[in-house]
Design a protein. Structure first.
Length: 552
């Protein structure tokens, strides 16, 4: 159990932006921060974080709470585990009223196993010869904590001799349960080991490279409470100070690439852990606002990974370049062969992310065939749509030249989009109406109440906003703009009824005036409608009664 005083000390130290930005990319907007909500799919941010209040709220799906609630929901953890996760992120040492917490025990297991792996390497000439053959020197072995694991039973004996509970070793990911739950085995065997650290320098898992011709050349730790390979970057804890200083990060494909890049003086190199670059990596990469250099092999897999990464980075506002190592060359092997100057020149001469993305998209199609050219055009145009307006405009001529089409075609698409996505004039004098619309966008019950009383057309210029809500088009930029605008608020039921009555009074008064001016209605019918509105409907509305707006 976590000591209550320690828990309160941790909670008082939490910066919600630091915690949430560890998981998702956030951007400052006024006094608050916004992001794409991680709890439901969206392209336009409706997830707001208030550092002053220490809370977050999504206007799209309704998720909300403090930093602890965010970690609980994102990681699917209970309350104590979420506290321990946050403590791990903050490098905060919790104290416990009874015994030790799970996270502390898991961290201690990983640290002890790492020390053991390092000692094993010293006694294994085959592993040391392999590292030497790959060009890794003793300083790099020490800097990156490279180790070795032999047979499974050796690890189990080590754990038992040091009174390390096997169930905690399983939780840490260094052991796995066999078919018989009572016969655990080592996940890594006969492999060179690479400890994987969190951004704050705590070991959270391991990678292993076989030296026994195992068909799986590389294996990583499984997902654990501490290890999420889709968020982590190998080498980041060693590289981060250099990244902040140089404003550059080199993203490569593997452990050996990172180690040899650092060994050659390229100290900003990191790598993904057997996965492509994912949106979950972006918050870490955003820190320090560095330029990105994607340094990938030039084979088919490398080009495909580079394209996917460059598109994602461009769409999220990153600047940088792509370097594809030619003729099957591997950066680690080039550095090991002392071709460091050649590597440096390649890193300096990369193609910028956006033109690389456009060019690679175009290369996927035979542009001599009109149908394929049309598909390429649509795909490139969709990519350009996700850039800022200035960047979009800047790269339209380049895209048009590559496709050999008129730049005006991109303008035609834009004009069509403007007609279907026109901006709404959110005036202060329409505050009540827009408060009603914003409220029903978040409250389905009140939406149904509204539709029993009025029709979307009764909202005139704002009727398209209401139609979007009815159609559940929550990603429309006009609706998102209203939702995020702090000038308009979400009403409670009492306030909603008051504003709806006010709207109805306005509508009936407009109806009263239109009846007077209408020359097609008979005198007797005019008198009836005007008397009905003035003597019956308006008084009832003023007395708090909701009355359906009828055409009369």
């Amino acid at each position: 159990m976590i000591d209550k005083a320690s828990e309160e000390q941790l909670k008082s130290s939490i910066n919600i932006i630091d915690i949430i930005s560890n998981y998702i990319e956030v951007k400052k907007t006024g006094a608050n921060f916004k992001a794409n909500c991680p709890f439901h799919g969206e392209k336009t941010p409706s997830f707001i974080i208030s550092p002053a209040k220490g809370i977050f709220h999504c206007f799209g799906c309704g998720a909300g709470g403090d930093a602890i609630k965010f970690v609980m929901d994102y990681e699917q953890l209970n309350y104590p585990d979420a506290l321990e996760k946050i403590a791990s992120i903050m490098n905060f040492s919790l104290t416990y009223a009874e015994g030790h917490g799970d996270f502390n025990q898991i961290k201690r297991v990983l640290e002890q196993v790492q020390d053991w792996y390092v000692k094993n390497l010293e006694n294994n000439p085959v592993a040391k010869t392999y590292l030497k053959k790959r060009g890794i020197n003793a300083q790099s072995v020490e800097k990156f904590g490279i180790g070795y694991i032999g047979k499974s039973y050796e690890l189990i004996n080590f754990l038992s001799d040091n009174f390390i509970p096997l169930d905690k070793a399983i939780e840490a990911g260094v052991l796995a349960n066999g078919d018989n739950q009572n016969s655990p085995y080592a996940r890594l065997t006969e492999r060179i080991t690479f400890p994987i650290y969190s951004a704050n320098g705590s070991v959270v898992g391991f990678g292993g490279r076989t030296i026994s011709n195992h068909p799986a050349k590389y294996i990583n730790s499984p997902q654990t409470k501490l290890f999420n390979k889709s968020q982590l970057l190998y080498g980041y804890s060693e590289a981060k100070l250099h990244i902040y200083k140089e404003k550059k990060v080199i993203i490569c494909e593997g452990y050996l690439d990172v180690i040899l890049f650092h060994q050659a003086g390229f100290n900003t190199a990191v790598a993904t852990l057997g996965t492509a670059l994912t949106p979950q990596h972006l918050p870490v990469l955003k820190k320090g606002e560095p330029k990105i250099v994607l340094a990938y092999d030039g084979d088919t897999a490398g080009v495909k990974a580079a394209l996917k990464a460059s598109i994602m980075l461009s769409e999220h506002g990153f600047d940088g370049s792509v370097v594809l190592f030619p003729n099957g060359a591997d950066p680690a092997d080039m550095i090991a062969d002392n071709r460091i100057d050649e590597v440096a020149n390649l890193l300096q001469s990369g193609q910028e992310l956006i033109p690389f993305s456009i060019e690679m998209i175009a290369k996927e199609y035979n542009l001599e065939r009109p149908r394929e050219k049309e598909i390429a055009f649509k795909k490139i145009n969709n990519f350009l749509d996700k850039l800022t307006p200035i960047l979009r405009e800047a790269y339209i001529p380049y895209s048009a030249s590559l496709l050999q089409i008129s730049p005006k075609l991109f303008g035609l698409i834009e004009n069509t989009r403007e007609k279907t996505n026109r901006k709404f004039n959110l005036k202060q004098d329409n505050l009540g109406v827009l408060n009603i619309i914003k409220t029903v966008s978040q409250n389905r019950k009140l939406l149904l109440t509204l539709l029993d009383i009025v029709q979307p057309s009764d909202f005139k210029e704002y009727s398209p906003l209401l139609e979007m809500i009815i159609e559940d088009d929550k990603e429309n930029p006009n609706l998102i703009g209203l939702i995020l605008d702090d000038n308009y608020k979400i009403l409670n039921e009492k306030q909603f009824k008051k504003e709806l009555i006010h709207l109805l009074i306005v509508l009936y008064r407009e109806k009263y005036k239109s009846v007077i001016d209408n020359k097609t209605i008979s005198y007797n019918k005019k008198q009836y409608i005007m008397r009905k509105i003035k003597s019956d409907i308006i008084p009832r509305l003023k007395n708090g009664e909701l009355i359906e707006f009828k055409k009369l």
